[in-house]
Design a protein around this ligand. Structure first.
Ligand code: DAH
Length: 348
């Protein structure tokens, strides 16, 4: 019996080995079935483990040879399982990479960058030009008193100039400012001459069509010092036109009337579309009106208690929408306020 036992065990071991390797080579494993396989042979009650236990019970003479044999089988099987497990893990990782692969040939997602609104851009450009001449930026309230918007600017009640301005009244004495000129008064009340200020701002008038909007923008300028003359005004505004448009652009100062300046003028530029030949935009005059200006009226200086004997100054005001429309050849003011990205993106 004892003789036959090792032989029997040896046969059984061979059989298990064959069975195991046959299974390994004929079946395709996944992680779970491989683990089941391992348990079936090498687990606590596995077939091979069982044999090892039986071998342990053999006589000391038979134990070593058979033990060695069984250990070799166990070793190869363990090694094979671990190799298979590695291949499985590797192919799983590759599959995952395949599935989540990035196609670098696809076009990238565009990232949209914002841009300045053309009105704001023009306003900034205007302000920058005057800054080079030492002008400082000033601002004032959009809800303004009748006094600053009119009275102090030499536009008393019942003055016909009030009709020109289609004012939005909030109450009898409070208005939405119709122009940026009231900031002239506010600045002069606060500071002594010499002064150079440039005032960008929003203004309001009861008016709306293709070239008028009830809310629009102006840039006001004011320079006060001793011995300021109309020649200074002409010089600075000519420089401004050449900077904003081109050094070729023609400039003309045409006599006009504003209550807060004397003398007053309208600044015209040679039509940038037809170069003076006459077209629809300049109404066949060859000229485009771009700003009002003049020497500060003594009544305005008196309102802020400046000494009219000692000082003089000039002022000017321009519409930003109009300048922007000319710069970019835009023919309808409403385009500025519709927030259509197709329009706005053209200015980025
Ligand atoms: N405030 C005037 C307007 O809105 C524009 C203007 C004209 C401003 C002449 C000035 C100036 O400072 O001197 O129509």
């Amino acid at each position: 019996m004892l003789d036959g036992l090792p032989k029997e065990l040896k046969e059984k071991l061979k059989q298990i080995e064959q069975e195991a390797f046959l299974e390994l080579s004929s079946q395709s494993f996944d992680e779970k079935s491989l683990e089941d396989f391992r348990i079936r042979y090498l687990g606590r009650n596995g077939k091979l483990t069982q044999i090892l236990k039986d071998i342990g019970a053999l006589s000391p003479q038979d134990r070593p040879t058979l033990g060695q044999l069984a250990n070799t089988v166990k070793g190869t099987l363990t090694q094979k399982i671990s190799e298979l497990s590695d291949t499985l893990k590797k192919s799983q990782r590759e599959k995952l990479l395949q599935e989540t692969q990035i196609d670098i040939t696809l076009p990238g997602r565009p990232s949209y960058s914002g841009s300045f609104h053309p009105i704001l851009k023009t306003m900034d450009d205007i302000v920058d030009i005057f800054k080079r001449y030492g002008f400082q930026v000033a601002e004032g309230p959009e809800i303004e008193s009748d006094y600053y918007n009119f009275e102090a600017l030499n536009i008393p009640k019942n003055h016909p100039a009030r009709d020109m301005q289609d004012t939005f009244y909030i109450s009898e004495d409070v208005v939405l400012r119709t122009h940026t000129s009231p900031v002239q008064i506010r600045v002069m009340e606060k500071f002594k001459p010499p002064l150079r200020v440039i005032v960008p701002g929003t203004v309001y008038r009861h008016d709306a069509d293709t070239s008028h909007s009830p809310m629009f923008h102006q840039v006001e300028g004011l320079l006060v010092d001793e011995a300021v003359s109309f020649a200074h005004l002409k010089g600075i505004l000519t420089y401004f036109v050449h900077e904003l448009f081109s050094s070729e652009t023609q400039v003309r100062f045409r006599p006009s009337y504003f209550p807060f300046t004397e003398p007053s003028a309208e600044l015209d530029i040679g039509c940038i579309f037809c170069l003076g030949k006459g077209c629809r935009v300049c109404k066949h005059s060859g000229w485009l009106e771009v700003a009002g200006c003049g020497m500060v009226h003594p009544a305005v200086f008196e309102a802020v208690k400046y000494d009219t004997e000692k000082i003089s100054g000039f002022a000017f005001g321009m519409g930003v929408e109009r300048l922007t429309m000319l710069r970019y050849h835009i023919d309808d003011i409403r385009l500025f306020y519709e927030n259509d990205l197709r329009f706005l993106e053209q200015f980025s």
